[in-house]
Design a protein around this ligand. Structure first.
Ligand code: HEC
Ligand code: HEC
Length: 202
């Protein structure tokens, strides 16, 4: 009897579960049409999100919901590219708490694939030293593992540079320790750090 009831419930719920799965696939396909298949970006101004931590993805989406970070208008890169340009504040604004948890779960379980980008080996070595001293405490294992901060090793440099521009202006809130060091760095220091992150391609 118990078995019969469980099977009956499963049978009744199956179409609901399937419909929800379809809806979720449609949502991730929208994300992937900018961030790239499996959240791996092929465009230097678009961050890779596959393989970031669930906490970071969920926190970022909640920040965008309240305009807690700048939202750059962007064109779709894959699929129907004639869709009008949009931005993360608008996209996150349409997400429920359940969507956010499901998206964080989905993307954090995908591997982070480092971007294939050019870098200067000499400055990368200088960047490694700066990283160890000032950034490693939150961006662990040379930035390959999320700690208090996200994965930054192998992230697109053009995207990171544009994100860092909003740190000293207070438009993109980061921990005070990071804000202070980033603001005190010269353009050469930032270049060196970026070469180091770009050099991590395995
Ligand atoms: C129209 C293109 C577009 C679509 C669609 C899109 N994004 Fe984004 N997303 C961006 C851009 C551009 C940025 C970086 C610039 C910014 O912060 O505005 C970004 C940033 C992010 C970040 C922060 C990444 C980081 O390293 O800090 C997350 C997380 C994110 N998006 C998740 C999503 C999810 C989840 C979806 C689907 C629900 C989605 N995005 C849909 C363009 C898009
Ligand atoms: C005290 C911890 C801490 C330190 C130290 C720190 N960061 Fe961060 N970093 C963070 C956090 C937390 C975020 C995410 C902020 C948010 O919510 O958007 C972040 C975000 C970033 C981002 C944006 C990544 C993205 O995907 O949008 C970059 C780039 C970055 N950090 C580089 C650095 C560099 C370079 C240093 C060393 C000079 C550094 N950080 C030091 C905690 C830290």
């Amino acid at each position: 009897m118990k078995f019969l009831l469980t099977s009956l419930v499963a049978l009744l719920l199956a179409p609901v579960t399937a419909a929800l799965a379809d809806e979720f696939a449609e949502l991730t396909s929208k994300c992937d049409s900018c961030h790239g298949p499996q959240g791996v970006s092929m465009h230097s101004d678009m961050p890779t999100i596959g393989g970031q931590s669930a906490d970071y993805i969920a926190d970022s989406l909640r920040n965008y919901q309240v305009w807690g970070r700048p939202c750059i208008k962007s064109a779709y890169r894959h699929g129907d590219t004639s869709r009008p340009r949009t931005d993360m504040c608008k996209i996150a604004g349409g997400l429920s708490d359940e969507d956010i948890s499901a998206l964080a779960d989905h993307y954090s379980n995908l591997p982070f694939v480092a971007a294939n980008q050019e870098f200067d080996s000499a400055t990368a070595a200088a960047g490694a030293l700066l990283h160890e001293k000032h950034c490693e405490s939150c961006h662990e294992e040379g930035g390959k593992t999320a700690g208090r901060g996200p994965v930054i090793a192998g992230q697109w440099v053009a995207y990171m540079k544009s994100a860092l521009k909003f740190v000293p202006t207070g438009e993109h809130l980061v921990p005070p320790m990071m804000e202070k060091t980033v603001a005190s760095f010269s353009a050469e220091d930032i270049e060196a750090l970026m070469s180091f992150y770009a050099s991590q391609q395995n």
